[in-house]
Design a protein around this ligand. Sequence first.
Ligand code: UTP
Length: 410
Amino acid sequence: MTTYEKAYEKLEKYGQLHVLQYYAELSEEQKEELLAQILATDFSVLTSREKETGKESEKGKIAPLAAMELDEINARRDEFERIGLEAIRAGKVGAVLLAGGMGTRLGSDDPKGMYDIGLTKPVYIFERIMRNTLDVVERSGAWIPFFIMTSDKNHQATTKFFKTHNYFGYNPDYVCFFQQEMAPASDYEGRVYMEEKGRISTSPNGNGGWFVSMERSEAGKKMHAMGVEWLNVFAVDNVLQRIADPCFIGGVIAENRASGSKVVRKAAPDEKVGVMCLEDGRPSIIEYYELTQELMDAKDEKGEPAYNFGAILNYLFRVKDLVEIMNHHLPLHVVEKKIPYLDEQGMFIKPEAPNGYKYEQLVLDMVHELESCLPFEVIREREFAPIKNRTGIDSVDSARELLAGNGVIL
Ligand code: UTP
């Protein structure tokens, strides 16, 4: 069978033959690229669309999962920090920066980490992240292996930016990039969009695939060869977060959990953050829109709200447990987005309003696959300044204010 025939057969199976609509117009090189993209693309995500659109997968039985709160953490801080620093110095802790997203809400075409939040001088988001990690490097005297996940859309720009800025003072021998996988984007009927005559429109497949992508890459090999046992995974956009925090690492190790999740006390019962809970006896994160009034009103034995701790996308995972769950199927989230595409006449359109779906797996769903998780309380004003938008809630403005409150000069 020729490559063309294989690609044709695959497209036919998934009802996507329109992908070859402009094939005859392409150069030989473009033809080859398109056929390779077709063979590499996982079209099966499109068929699960109907099942999950508009509602997430059914939830199991929800029960509270107690967080380790600040008073206990403060009482045991010395013990936790000692254990955490020991693990870091032994080279058992790595950091994983999830930076494959598109950052569409921020509205810049560059990778989100390249965004300059400075006022009197340039201060890049990536720079804040590396600075925060360097705090622990300086304290422990050990370089923390630092892995950065990018995607097809931003890999080149990101790696170049780090190089140009001398890795913001980090030791480049300990920085390792890997790329996540892409998923096709489609219209509401599940027909994939084309972004060029010879290219299917794709987007990063969500942050949930990070470990699988890492394992398939050189970064994964390096991580195992270095003897890393714990990975601290976090989002690019929280400019205040503590990375490889010895206290958090020590707490999770001391409590012998497979994972840990930094959490903040909710500001209001209906705050839009996913909260930690047990689902059918296993740790889980329930999204704010899935939280019923009954769950919102539920109280724990101290009379406090039982679902009161929101996850801030800063997790610690035990590597051997991640390897065990690697082949588990994570739920697919269908997200409505604006997807640039070629119309019937072959004109490139950048839509003003959402026009289809992207398909993503999320890191929060990994928590449910693991045996145990320690929700670990941190002080919101000290560790949570996410940048999702330019202004308003979770924005450049709110993050600047929070950074100033922590003595960071912008
Ligand atoms: P967000 O959910 O904020 O998505 O990602 P985003 O793509 O960055 O931004 P919007 O929604 O388009 O405005 C949370 C974290 O997960 C990473 C992001 O880079 C960010 O650190 N992420 C997201 C990935 O690494 N890959 C993805 O496919 C999606």
